[in-house]
Design a protein around this ligand. Structure first.
Ligand code: SF4
Length: 775
């Protein structure tokens, strides 16, 4: 221990904070691994950043154990200062790993050193939780047909009806109300029957606020050391100043390569004639102007319907007129819907207001023609024409709102592109005049990539075209999959190509001995498909971009990763082309800054699916000769893990056959965990998920122990004092005896404000004096 004293007036507990090395050592031992130099280096760099050396961008290869490398300094900071740290992830898989596995084990391991068990909590947007009031009929039905059918025998057979019934059964038993706990999941339509948006929620006026899952999760987050959330929630909290997250001075953004896309989609708005009609319908009889809103929807439709898809470089007069009508009629409805002073909370009115506000805000935003906004029309097969508006760049916003007033640690296995952090730093506002101080650190990878993986470029194949996969490309896929004996993850640049390859392979392997099966994205939930792929080595999984982010299959089930073409943005992608043109106008290289950077990031992520553990072996096959021949090939290659490169087809086929013959059995596959407010209630069974990102490969991974119950017996920190369960008991006893705040504070030797904060957290009230009487 370093014996560092606490500043006077903060807290006297714990008197000594263990060193970072001691805590990391305990945490790594707690997860059953061994420390790695990269992990130790990263943990120290994170601690230095927290201590004030500026923001940190840290690239840590798979297998570094990076989650412990940031969680340990974050926990230490929280315990030391009484101020929590926030961890934001992009994917559910990582969120689950942190909440259900890493934090429980870390907390157990460091508790003896810290004198208490660090606490943690998961917080997400309102739509992710059941709404208790809606469940109990407090809101108008979104889908009257579906809801009226619940309980009716003839309708229960319908999928939606069955889903809603299942949701209601689950609502009886869930502690968290968190949608991700429900496996298998339900459709978006069914989920909407039991959830509300932030705008629809009645907030403190809700009659069921005491039972509200969202409020309970926010309440549970108030006093914990580490709050886990997602990029979007963190971004909304930062941009809109909603203060949904407790005050914090440390923010760790894991999967940092996703931040720009997540932030962009968080602040992308859209408007459709259907949305305007739905708003008019919801306003219904509550507002006389709702029929004019309906007419505005017709006008908007008549303008958008014949409009070609693509970017609008200016708002045509006809569209401006239609949008103006939508805006003005929406404003008229808004004023009719305003509740009068003293009105009872009215859920139907609130839902209508939320819908009308959205229509109004989005019409205004498009009409404003903001300098950095890009507007385009796209066509949705279900919803018809959609008008979208998104920011060309989020750099200034992220710099101002995310990197301000807190230390940010941005981490990922892929932050250095073409050998530099500059490309990523530029997209998040860390370059140019006025940029805050930051440093980039690459702690490398514990894997021996040149020994473990081969990067094969099928140089002989024709250039990938727009008309589907060439016969030669399908022949190549077949040859590679046969040599690998299945075990193939196919990552395609479009869903069409993924389906085409799946169909062709199913046909070609129909009579194959060895029963190689092909799964395609969209045939089930991604998590279910991935588990099936991981369980059976004779299975191949084909899919597209979103699969690149969700697959973590260590072991022998994934020994070949196919990438059909360099994943440049589509030439008609309005945002990418607007960004590229803007950079070119300023004298930069728009192609390298936007398209090549986009492709490099996705290639690195996709190729990175292959090696997840120190004993993984395999081949990444690029079916696009431009990986070797194009002028930008060097940039793309430098962005990949350093596999052993080759274009020798026969050598690669022989290597795959050898790997198949000598492969060990697949690793056991995790089943999803049940989740309480603070994380897993029961750990995953046979947990392989993200095994390699723990400190070390764990041959037999223990099931995570349940975290402490999230309700009142949970320990907490108030005003820098860490409360134990025993102290909470003392408080309860004291209040039952009717002790005053001062008496409680005196007996516990704590400042009255510290005790008052904990009493509030426990829902207790200090008395006015002893209530025991002597007869
Ligand atoms: S507070 Fe909002 S989310 Fe919670 S139960 Fe009430 S309406 Fe639903």
């Amino acid at each position: 221990m370093d014996g560092r004293d606490h500043p006077v007036g903060r807290t006297a507990y714990p008197a000594l904070v263990p060193t970072l090395d001691d805590l990391l050592h305990a945490a790594v031992a707690g997860v059953g691994g061994t420390e790695r130099p990269g992990q130790v280096q990263m943990a120290h760099a994170v601690a230095e950043a927290i201590d004030g050396s500026g923001h940190l961008l840290v690239q840590a290869g798979t297998g570094t154990g990076k989650s412990l490398a940031y969680l340990v300094p974050a926990v230490r900071h929280a315990v030391d200062t009484g101020r929590p740290a926030v961890v934001a992830t992009a994917t559910l898989a990582l969120q689950a790993q942190v909440v259900d596995r890493d934090m429980p084990r870390l907390a157990d391991a460091v508790a003896p050193l810290l004198g208490r068990r660090p606490t943690y909590c998961l917080v997400k947007g309102r739509r992710n939780y059941l709404c208790a009031h809606k469940l109990h009929g407090g809101f108008p039905d979104d889908d009257a047909d579906a809801l009226m059918s619940v309980g009716a025998v003839d309708q229960q057979a319908s999928r939606l009806g069955a889903e809603v019934v299942r949701l209601r059964e689950w609502a009886e038993v869930t502690e968290s109300g968190d949608r991700d706990e429900l496996v298998p999941g339900v459709s978006e339509r069914a989920w909407r029957q039991v959830s509300v948006s932030a705008e629809e929620c009645l907030g403190s006026r809700c009659p069921m606020v005491a039972e509200c899952f969202v409020e309970r999760s926010r309440e549970a987050a108030r006093d914990v050391d580490v709050i886990v959330t997602n990029h979007s929630f963190m971004a909304i909290d930062a941009f809109e100043g909603r203060q949904m997250l407790p005050e914090h001075d440390v923010l760790v953004i894991d999967e940092g390569h996703e931040l720009v896309d997540r932030v962009t989609s968080t602040i992308t708005d859209e408007l459709t004639p259907g949305m305007v009609r739905a708003a008019a319908r919801r306003a219904g009889r509550q507002a006389d102007a709702s029929s004019t809103l309906d007419e505005a929807a017709d006008l908007l439709e008549s303008v958008l319907e014949p409009a070609p898809e693509g970017r609008l470089t200016g708002i045509p007069d006809s569209l401006a007129m239609a949008l103006g009508r939508v805006r003005d009629t929406a404003r008229a409805v808004q004023s009719e819907l305003k509740p009068a002073q003293g009105d009872e909370p009215d859920a139907a009115r609130q839902v209508a207001r939320a819908a009308v506000d959205e229509v109004y805000d989005n019409a205004c935003r498009v009409l404003e023609e903001r300098e950095l906004d890009v507007v385009w029309v796209s066509r949705d097969p279900r919803r018809g024409p959609v008008l979208r508006v998104a920011p060309m760049s989020v750099a200034a916003l992220v710099r101002e709102k995310v990197f301000d007033e807190r230390t940010v640690v941005l981490t990922s296995a892929t932050l250095e592109l073409g050998g530099s952090f500059d490309a990523v730093a530029g997209t998040i506002g860390l370059r140019g005049d006025g940029a805050p101080p930051w440093r980039g650190l690459d702690v490398g990878s514990p894997f021996d990539y040149p020994q473990q993986g081969i990067a094969y470029v099928a140089r002989h194949l024709p250039a990938p075209g727009r008309d589907g996969l060439a016969t030669e490309t399908l022949d190549e896929i077949e040859a590679l999959v046969r040599a690998a004996g299945g075990r193939t993850l196919g990552l395609f640049s479009s869903m069409r190509a993924a389906r085409e390859a799946t169909d062709a392979m199913r046909e070609r392997f129909a009579d194959a001995q060895g029963d190689i099966a092909f799964l395609c994205q969209g045939e089930d939930q991604i998590s279910t498909l991935v588990r099936q792929f991981a369980r059976d080595p004779r299975t191949c999984l084909f899919g597209t971009l979103s699969l690149w982010q969700g697959v973590d299959v260590p072991g022998s089930s994934c020994q070949l990763v196919l990438i059909d073409r360099i994943p440049f943005p589509r030439p008609d992608d309005p945002l990418a082309s607007a960004r590229s043109q803007a950079i070119a106008r300023m004298g930069g290289n728009g192609f390298m800054a936007v398209s090549a950077t986009h492709a490099a990031l996705r290639l690195a992520q996709g190729a990175g699916r292959l090696i997840r553990r120190a004993d993984d072996r395999g081949v990444v096959a690029f079916l696009d000769h431009r990986m070797m021949t194009a002028r930008y090939a060097g940039f793309l290659q430098r962005s990949l893990p350093p596999f052993w490169p080759t274009a020798d087809r026969e050598m690669v086929l022989a290597a795959l056959r050898r790997l198949d013959e000598t492969a060990s059995p697949p690793l056991p596959v995790a089943e999803p965990a049940l989740r309480g407010l603070a994380g897993a209630l029961a750990g995953p069974v046979g947990d392989t998920a993200r095994a390699a990102d723990a400190a070390a490969p764990v041959p037999e991974r223990p099931v995570a122990e349940a975290p402490p119950p999230a309700a009142s017996s949970r320990t907490a920190v108030t005003h820098g004092h860490a409360w134990t369960a025993q102290e909470d008991e003392e408080l309860r006893d004291g209040t039952e005896l009717g002790l005053t705040l001062d008496e409680l504070a005196e007996s516990m030797e704590l400042p009255p404000e510290t005790v008052a904060a904990r009493l509030a957290g426990l829902g207790l009230e200090a008395g006015r004096g002893p209530t025991l009487t002597f007869g």
